[in-house]
Design a binder for this molecule. Structure first.
Ligand code: NAP
Length: 256
Protein backbone atom coordinates (compact mmCIF):
# COMPACT_ATOMS: atom_id res chain seq x y z
CA UNK A 1 0.00 0.00 0.00
CA UNK A 2 1.25 3.51 -0.82
CA UNK A 3 2.37 5.53 2.24
CA UNK A 4 -0.19 8.21 1.35
CA UNK A 5 -2.94 5.58 1.73
CA UNK A 6 -1.39 3.85 4.76
CA UNK A 7 -1.36 7.07 6.80
CA UNK A 8 -4.64 8.47 5.46
CA UNK A 9 -7.21 9.18 8.20
CA UNK A 10 -10.04 10.31 5.88
CA UNK A 11 -13.42 9.16 7.21
CA UNK A 12 -12.05 8.67 10.74
CA UNK A 13 -13.40 10.47 13.79
CA UNK A 14 -10.88 11.41 16.49
CA UNK A 15 -11.34 12.81 20.00
CA UNK A 16 -8.49 14.82 21.55
CA UNK A 17 -8.85 15.52 25.28
CA UNK A 18 -7.18 18.75 26.39
CA UNK A 19 -7.18 19.71 22.69
CA UNK A 20 -7.73 23.45 23.20
CA UNK A 21 -4.06 24.37 23.45
CA UNK A 22 -0.51 23.05 23.82
CA UNK A 23 0.29 19.56 22.54
CA UNK A 24 -3.41 18.68 22.24
CA UNK A 25 -4.03 21.50 19.78
CA UNK A 26 -1.07 20.53 17.57
CA UNK A 27 -2.14 16.86 17.72
CA UNK A 28 -5.69 17.85 16.69
CA UNK A 29 -4.43 19.88 13.72
CA UNK A 30 -2.11 17.04 12.64
CA UNK A 31 -5.03 14.56 12.72
CA UNK A 32 -7.11 16.98 10.65
CA UNK A 33 -4.27 17.40 8.13
CA UNK A 34 -4.19 13.60 7.78
CA UNK A 35 -7.92 13.69 6.94
CA UNK A 36 -9.70 13.02 10.26
CA UNK A 37 -12.74 14.80 11.65
CA UNK A 38 -11.79 15.96 15.12
CA UNK A 39 -13.52 16.54 18.46
CA UNK A 40 -11.82 19.05 20.75
CA UNK A 41 -12.74 18.04 24.30
CA UNK A 42 -11.42 20.42 26.93
CA UNK A 43 -12.25 22.37 30.06
CA UNK A 44 -11.26 25.51 28.13
CA UNK A 45 -14.35 25.80 25.92
CA UNK A 46 -13.64 29.17 24.25
CA UNK A 47 -10.09 28.12 23.21
CA UNK A 48 -11.56 24.79 22.06
CA UNK A 49 -13.96 26.67 19.76
CA UNK A 50 -10.99 28.52 18.20
CA UNK A 51 -9.35 25.17 17.36
CA UNK A 52 -12.69 23.91 15.96
CA UNK A 53 -12.75 26.92 13.60
CA UNK A 54 -9.14 26.26 12.51
CA UNK A 55 -10.00 22.67 11.67
CA UNK A 56 -13.19 23.61 9.80
CA UNK A 57 -11.16 26.14 7.81
CA UNK A 58 -9.05 23.18 6.60
CA UNK A 59 -12.24 21.57 5.24
CA UNK A 60 -12.66 18.91 7.96
CA UNK A 61 -15.61 18.49 10.29
CA UNK A 62 -14.96 19.43 13.92
CA UNK A 63 -16.85 19.62 17.21
CA UNK A 64 -16.03 21.32 20.51
CA UNK A 65 -17.18 19.57 23.68
CA UNK A 66 -16.83 20.73 27.29
CA UNK A 67 -15.02 17.99 29.16
CA UNK A 68 -13.50 17.58 32.58
CA UNK A 69 -11.84 14.17 32.25
CA UNK A 70 -12.46 13.48 35.96
CA UNK A 71 -16.24 13.88 35.63
CA UNK A 72 -18.13 10.67 34.85
CA UNK A 73 -21.09 12.79 33.63
CA UNK A 74 -18.95 14.93 31.30
CA UNK A 75 -17.27 11.84 29.84
CA UNK A 76 -20.62 10.10 29.26
CA UNK A 77 -22.14 13.22 27.69
CA UNK A 78 -19.10 13.63 25.44
CA UNK A 79 -19.40 10.08 24.13
CA UNK A 80 -23.15 10.55 23.49
CA UNK A 81 -22.63 13.90 21.72
CA UNK A 82 -19.84 12.54 19.51
CA UNK A 83 -21.75 9.35 18.70
CA UNK A 84 -24.89 11.33 17.80
CA UNK A 85 -22.95 13.87 15.73
CA UNK A 86 -20.53 11.59 13.86
CA UNK A 87 -21.98 8.09 14.33
CA UNK A 88 -18.63 6.54 15.27
CA UNK A 89 -15.37 7.08 17.21
CA UNK A 90 -12.18 5.71 15.62
CA UNK A 91 -9.39 7.43 17.52
CA UNK A 92 -9.07 8.63 21.13
CA UNK A 93 -6.08 10.75 22.15
CA UNK A 94 -5.90 10.93 25.96
CA UNK A 95 -3.86 14.11 26.20
CA UNK A 96 -5.34 16.23 29.03
CA UNK A 97 -2.90 16.43 31.90
CA UNK A 98 -1.55 18.70 34.63
CA UNK A 99 1.64 19.10 36.62
CA UNK A 100 2.02 20.06 40.30
CA UNK A 101 5.47 20.64 41.76
CA UNK A 102 6.20 20.14 45.45
CA UNK A 103 8.87 18.33 47.45
CA UNK A 104 7.68 14.76 48.12
CA UNK A 105 7.95 15.22 51.90
CA UNK A 106 5.54 18.19 51.72
CA UNK A 107 3.26 16.99 48.92
CA UNK A 108 -0.36 17.71 49.99
CA UNK A 109 -2.65 14.71 49.53
CA UNK A 110 -5.19 17.01 47.85
CA UNK A 111 -2.61 17.96 45.16
CA UNK A 112 -1.52 14.33 44.77
CA UNK A 113 -5.15 13.27 44.23
CA UNK A 114 -5.79 16.09 41.72
CA UNK A 115 -2.79 15.06 39.59
CA UNK A 116 -3.55 11.34 39.72
CA UNK A 117 -7.29 11.95 39.08
CA UNK A 118 -6.69 13.99 35.93
CA UNK A 119 -3.56 12.27 34.56
CA UNK A 120 -4.40 8.62 35.30
CA UNK A 121 -8.04 8.14 36.39
CA UNK A 122 -9.15 10.63 33.68
CA UNK A 123 -7.38 8.54 31.04
CA UNK A 124 -9.13 5.43 32.35
CA UNK A 125 -12.59 7.06 32.45
CA UNK A 126 -12.36 8.38 28.87
CA UNK A 127 -10.86 5.12 27.61
CA UNK A 128 -13.54 3.02 29.30
CA UNK A 129 -16.42 5.08 27.87
CA UNK A 130 -14.97 5.35 24.34
CA UNK A 131 -13.72 1.75 24.50
CA UNK A 132 -17.33 0.52 24.82
CA UNK A 133 -18.12 2.16 21.45
CA UNK A 134 -14.92 0.78 19.89
CA UNK A 135 -15.76 -2.71 21.15
CA UNK A 136 -19.10 -2.58 19.29
CA UNK A 137 -17.27 -1.29 16.20
CA UNK A 138 -14.60 -4.02 16.57
CA UNK A 139 -12.05 -1.33 15.73
CA UNK A 140 -10.31 1.55 17.44
CA UNK A 141 -7.03 3.33 18.13
CA UNK A 142 -6.32 4.69 21.61
CA UNK A 143 -3.23 6.81 22.18
CA UNK A 144 -2.29 7.87 25.70
CA UNK A 145 0.06 10.80 26.22
CA UNK A 146 2.40 9.69 29.00
CA UNK A 147 5.82 11.26 29.57
CA UNK A 148 9.52 10.48 29.66
CA UNK A 149 8.95 10.91 33.41
CA UNK A 150 6.62 7.95 33.38
CA UNK A 151 9.77 5.87 32.91
CA UNK A 152 12.32 7.61 35.17
CA UNK A 153 12.44 9.63 38.40
CA UNK A 154 13.35 13.29 38.69
CA UNK A 155 14.58 15.58 41.47
CA UNK A 156 12.10 18.39 40.72
CA UNK A 157 9.24 17.59 43.13
CA UNK A 158 7.15 15.78 40.50
CA UNK A 159 6.47 12.50 42.29
CA UNK A 160 2.70 12.65 41.66
CA UNK A 161 3.11 13.53 37.99
CA UNK A 162 5.80 10.90 37.40
CA UNK A 163 3.74 8.23 39.17
CA UNK A 164 0.59 9.11 37.20
CA UNK A 165 2.49 8.95 33.90
CA UNK A 166 4.09 5.61 34.86
CA UNK A 167 0.55 4.39 35.58
CA UNK A 168 -0.52 5.49 32.10
CA UNK A 169 2.20 3.32 30.53
CA UNK A 170 1.02 0.22 32.38
CA UNK A 171 -2.65 1.05 31.78
CA UNK A 172 -1.72 1.16 28.08
CA UNK A 173 -0.17 -2.32 28.27
CA UNK A 174 -3.06 -3.73 30.33
CA UNK A 175 -5.78 -2.48 27.96
CA UNK A 176 -3.76 -3.54 24.91
CA UNK A 177 -3.79 -7.09 26.26
CA UNK A 178 -7.46 -6.99 27.35
CA UNK A 179 -8.85 -5.39 24.19
CA UNK A 180 -6.65 -6.94 21.49
CA UNK A 181 -9.48 -9.41 20.81
CA UNK A 182 -11.73 -6.47 19.85
CA UNK A 183 -9.18 -5.18 17.30
CA UNK A 184 -8.46 -2.12 19.48
CA UNK A 185 -4.87 -0.86 19.48
CA UNK A 186 -3.80 0.88 22.70
CA UNK A 187 -0.45 2.66 22.60
CA UNK A 188 1.28 5.55 24.35
CA UNK A 189 3.59 8.40 23.48
CA UNK A 190 6.13 9.58 26.04
CA UNK A 191 7.44 13.05 25.20
CA UNK A 192 10.55 14.52 26.77
CA UNK A 193 10.39 18.20 27.57
CA UNK A 194 8.39 20.19 25.02
CA UNK A 195 7.76 23.92 25.15
CA UNK A 196 4.09 24.56 26.08
CA UNK A 197 2.19 26.42 28.83
CA UNK A 198 2.87 23.42 31.09
CA UNK A 199 6.67 23.84 30.88
CA UNK A 200 7.13 27.50 29.85
CA UNK A 201 7.83 28.79 33.37
CA UNK A 202 10.44 26.15 34.17
CA UNK A 203 12.11 26.64 30.79
CA UNK A 204 12.54 30.36 31.54
CA UNK A 205 15.21 29.16 34.00
CA UNK A 206 18.27 29.13 31.73
CA UNK A 207 20.20 26.75 33.95
CA UNK A 208 17.33 24.21 33.79
CA UNK A 209 17.02 24.62 30.02
CA UNK A 210 20.78 24.22 29.45
CA UNK A 211 20.84 21.09 31.62
CA UNK A 212 18.13 19.54 29.43
CA UNK A 213 19.88 20.45 26.21
CA UNK A 214 23.20 19.11 27.58
CA UNK A 215 21.63 15.77 28.49
CA UNK A 216 19.71 15.35 25.22
CA UNK A 217 21.64 13.66 22.37
CA UNK A 218 19.76 15.72 19.75
CA UNK A 219 20.84 18.86 21.70
CA UNK A 220 17.49 20.64 21.90
CA UNK A 221 14.17 20.48 23.68
CA UNK A 222 11.06 19.36 21.75
CA UNK A 223 8.56 21.32 19.70
CA UNK A 224 4.84 20.31 19.87
CA UNK A 225 5.07 19.36 16.16
CA UNK A 226 7.64 16.65 17.06
CA UNK A 227 4.68 14.52 18.21
CA UNK A 228 2.68 14.74 14.98
CA UNK A 229 4.33 11.86 13.07
CA UNK A 230 3.92 9.37 15.92
CA UNK A 231 0.30 10.41 16.46
CA UNK A 232 -0.56 9.88 12.77
CA UNK A 233 1.32 6.55 12.73
CA UNK A 234 -0.45 5.21 15.83
CA UNK A 235 -3.85 6.50 14.61
CA UNK A 236 -3.56 4.96 11.14
CA UNK A 237 -3.55 1.56 9.47
CA UNK A 238 0.27 1.75 9.41
CA UNK A 239 0.31 0.62 13.07
CA UNK A 240 -2.37 -2.09 12.88
CA UNK A 241 -0.03 -4.75 14.38
CA UNK A 242 1.38 -2.48 17.11
CA UNK A 243 -0.23 -2.45 20.56
CA UNK A 244 0.81 -1.88 24.16
CA UNK A 245 3.85 0.07 23.00
CA UNK A 246 5.18 3.43 24.21
CA UNK A 247 7.04 5.61 21.70
CA UNK A 248 9.62 7.86 23.36
CA UNK A 249 9.82 11.31 21.74
CA UNK A 250 12.62 12.76 23.81
CA UNK A 251 15.56 13.51 21.51
CA UNK A 252 17.27 10.39 22.85
CA UNK A 253 17.28 11.51 26.52
CA UNK A 254 16.15 8.11 27.78
CA UNK A 255 18.68 5.93 25.95
CA UNK A 256 21.91 7.08 27.56
P1 NAP B 1 -1.04 22.30 28.59
O1 NAP B 1 -0.47 23.30 27.63
O2 NAP B 1 -1.22 22.69 30.02
O3 NAP B 1 -2.42 21.76 27.97
C1 NAP B 1 -3.19 20.81 28.65
C2 NAP B 1 -4.64 21.00 28.27
O4 NAP B 1 -5.44 20.07 29.02
C3 NAP B 1 -5.15 22.40 28.66
O5 NAP B 1 -6.03 22.91 27.69
C4 NAP B 1 -5.85 22.12 29.98
O6 NAP B 1 -6.81 23.08 30.37
C5 NAP B 1 -6.48 20.79 29.66
N1 NAP B 1 -6.94 20.14 30.88
C6 NAP B 1 -6.39 20.19 32.12
N2 NAP B 1 -7.13 19.51 32.98
C7 NAP B 1 -8.17 19.01 32.29
C8 NAP B 1 -9.29 18.22 32.65
N3 NAP B 1 -9.51 17.84 33.92
N4 NAP B 1 -10.16 17.86 31.69
C9 NAP B 1 -10.00 18.27 30.42
N5 NAP B 1 -8.98 19.05 30.01
C10 NAP B 1 -8.07 19.42 30.95
O7 NAP B 1 -0.14 20.98 28.62
P2 NAP B 1 0.72 20.27 27.45
O8 NAP B 1 2.14 20.60 27.67
O9 NAP B 1 0.10 20.54 26.13
O10 NAP B 1 0.53 18.77 27.88
C11 NAP B 1 -0.38 17.89 27.22
C12 NAP B 1 -0.11 16.47 27.71
O11 NAP B 1 1.24 16.11 27.39
C13 NAP B 1 -0.24 16.32 29.23
O12 NAP B 1 -0.80 15.06 29.53
C14 NAP B 1 1.21 16.38 29.70
O13 NAP B 1 1.40 15.73 30.92
C15 NAP B 1 1.90 15.66 28.55
N6 NAP B 1 3.33 15.96 28.45
C16 NAP B 1 3.75 17.23 28.23
C17 NAP B 1 5.12 17.46 28.14
C18 NAP B 1 5.67 18.84 27.89
O14 NAP B 1 6.89 18.98 28.00
N7 NAP B 1 4.87 19.83 27.57
C19 NAP B 1 6.03 16.42 28.27
C20 NAP B 1 5.55 15.13 28.50
C21 NAP B 1 4.19 14.91 28.58
P3 NAP B 1 -6.38 24.11 31.59
O15 NAP B 1 -5.38 25.02 31.01
O16 NAP B 1 -7.66 24.75 31.99
O17 NAP B 1 -5.79 23.28 32.71
Amino acid sequence: MKPSVLFDLSGSVAIVTGGARGLGKIIALALADAGADVVIADILTSLAEDVVKEIEARGNRALGVKLDVTSVNDVQEMVEKVSNHFGRIDILINNAGIQCISAAEDFALEDWNRVVNINLSGVFLCTQAVGKIMITQKKGKIINISSLFGTIGSPHGAAAYNSSKGGVINLTKSLAVEWGKYNINVNAIAPGIIETELTRKRLEDKEYLDLWIDRTPLERIGKPEDLSGAVIYLSSGASDFVTGHTIMIDGGYSVQ
